[in-house]
Design a protein around this ligand. Structure first.
Ligand code: BGC
Length: 443
């Protein structure tokens, strides 16, 4: 590990001072007449930060641009390096490749358990000073403050909290069918049945693996609440995987296919949101970045669409927290990196960014009166006791990258292949947990 860290750290820092010295020496050798040889003064450079992230949809872009403008106000240019791919699947791969090539960006969207994985290699800038000055220990929600720290150091700056257990519904369709927004599972089933009978797909859904697994972790939450969700996805306990509630969640996932258009297509999340927007489907279970996208498309909350918690999870908050981390490199970007970290947590930036993005502020002193009804519900749910919160598996909040990928792949396989029985999927998940248990020694 130490050798890897040393080699990564040395490849990571591109060392501009050394490069400039070499350029200077070469100039000296060429210019024999200029004695004594002095390097020409460098023009003062405006600070800039390259930011690697996966915010590429209309609302994500708008939110990132708002942040970039605030950063420009502080004389730091945001050099955008956006990598498409919902839930950061592409961005993660690009980041690994760039770090190995010694070309790490100065700022990267790294979230959840991935923060610790990168911090453990000694690559992330510690921003304890920024956190202390901004009083992050008091102003941030405890679950957020915990996420941004590694070995007693703050190594990430938080932006917003997404609620993954959100149900969206098309208000026009609900009005046409004289249906009230479902809060319980029974109401959800009744509404879905009505739409199905009328030939309207009740639920917009993609067969992309991460989107299927996101629906499934909602179902695990419906069945067993946050404690069961944690036992499954954080502890990966054998007892939880053998539990009948897991079987029930698998059975529900299979049954819900009847509510979706057939065959379920492999669509990026933005297109799934469009199906709800156009009335091609009545409901959608997705993180509230979908709200940002609907609003960016001209639809208003509580008018064109509504949102509530996934039926049966009203009290719970299945969360994904967005954070940016800074690669230390040769520390030449530290002042600009610290500026960005400080700025991100300030109340005006929190309010502006989150209103566009669909997430809610990471600050406990945010003003709920300034939020729309979806955001207010999310922010209040997140303000509760930790027992009501569940860290999202799909969005890297619950477990490491390799474990997450293995679990998601198995759920996806079960979803796409109706020949796999729920019992078989349960057995396979149990096998994966056993393998992971050996690796993580967590049970
Ligand atoms: C991120 C969101 C993003 C969503 C869709 C999640 O992992 O937290 O910011 O909008 O993925 O890509």
């Amino acid at each position: 590990m130490t050798a890897l860290r040393a080699s990564l750290a040395s490849r990571l820092s591109y060392q501009p001072h050394r490069t400039m010295a070499l350029v200077g020496a070469a100039a000296c050798l060429l210019c024999l007449s200029c004695l004594p040889c002095r390097a020409a003064p460098l023009p003062p450079q405006a600070a800039s930060l390259q930011v690697l992230h996966w915010w590429t949809s209309a609302s994500e872009r708008k939110a990132a641009n708002a942040l970039a403008s605030r950063l420009a106000d502080e004389n730091v240019a945001w050099k955008d390096a956006a990598i498409p791919g919902g839930a950061g699947l592409g961005a993660g791969k690009v980041l690994r490749g760039r770090v190995l090539a010694g070309d790490a960006p100065e700022v990267t969207q790294i979230i959840g358990t991935s923060i610790a994985e990168w911090a453990e290699m000694g690559l992330l800038l510690e921003i304890d000073g920024v956190a202390a000055t901004g009083n992050w220990g008091n102003v941030l929600f405890p679950a957020v403050y915990k996420l941004v720290r590694h070995r007693q150091h703050v190594v990430a700056a938080p932006l917003g909290i997404h609620r993954v257990n959100t149900l969206f519904y098309n208000r026009k369709l609900f009005a046409r069918f004289k249906l009230a927004p479902p809060r319980t599972w029974a109401e959800f089933e009744r509404a879905a049945q009505r739409f199905k009978e009328a030939g309207v797909p009740a639920l917009a859904q993609s067969r992309e693996a991460w989107q299927v697994a996101a629906l499934f972790e909602n179902l695990a939450l419906v069945e067993g609440g946050p404690a069961f969700h944690r036992d499954l996805f954080v502890r990966q306990s054998q007892q939880a995987v053998a539990d009948n509630r897991l079987l029930a969640a698998l059975e529900r996932l299979r049954a819900m296919k009847a509510w979706m258009s057939h065959p379920v297509e492999e669509l990026p999340w933005t297109e799934v949101v469009q199906q709800l927007a156009k009335g091609e489907a009545a409901m959608l279970v997705m993180g509230d970045w979908a709200k940002g996208e609907l609003v960016a498309g001209g639809m208003a909350v509580d008018e064109a669409f509504g949102c509530g918690a996934m039926p049966g999870t009203g009290k719970y908050h299945l969360y994904s927290v967005d954070t940016l981390t800074m690669f230390a490199g040769d520390y030449s970007h530290m002042p600009a990196q610290e500026k960005l970290a400080r700025l991100m947590v300030t109340p005006p930036v929190q309010a502006e960014y989150n209103a566009i993005k669909g997430s809610v502020p990471v600050r406990r002193d945010a003003d709920p009166a300034r939020m729309d009804s979806c955001a207010r519900a999310s922010w209040s749910a997140f303000s509760q006791d930790a027992a009501m919160l569940a860290p999202s598996l799909v969005h890297r909040m619950a477990t490491d990258e390799a474990s997450k990928d293995a679990i998601i792949a198995e759920i996806h396989r079960y979803f796409v292949d109706d020949a796999v029985t729920p019992q078989e999927a349960q057995r396979r998940l149990s096998g994966i947990f056993r393998a992971l248990h050996g690796k993580n020694a967590k049970n």
